[in-house]
Ligand binder design. Structure first.
Ligand SMILES: [Zn+2]
Length: 81
């Protein structure tokens, strides 16, 4: 019998509480946003550049049952692409 061609990753990140392996929520508690403005001759301001810097430790939650999965965050972050 031919094997199925479906590719299954055996080590998907999975919520140990509800089994959800599709929806996750990342919460960044402290993000510093720096916006550079240029003043125009009429006195108005136009944003020309914006930088965001994350200073706090982000938290990871299950998107289904909201269980705190921050212990798995490092692995989660490695798989974002
Ligand atoms: Zn869950």
């Amino acid at each position: 019998m031919p094997q199925s061609q479906t590719v299954l990753v055996s080590n998907l990140l999975r919520c140990p509480e509800c089994g959800n392996d599709q929806e996750f929520v990342e919460v960044s508690p402290e993000v510093t946003t720096t916006t550079f403005y240029q003043q125009n001759p009429d006195g108005s301001f136009t944003p020309v550049n914006q930088e965001s810097e994350q200073t706090g430790s982000p938290r990871l939650y299950c998107g289904n049952c909201e269980k705190d999965l921050s212990a798995l965050y490092e692995r989660f972050a490695e798989m974002i692409f």
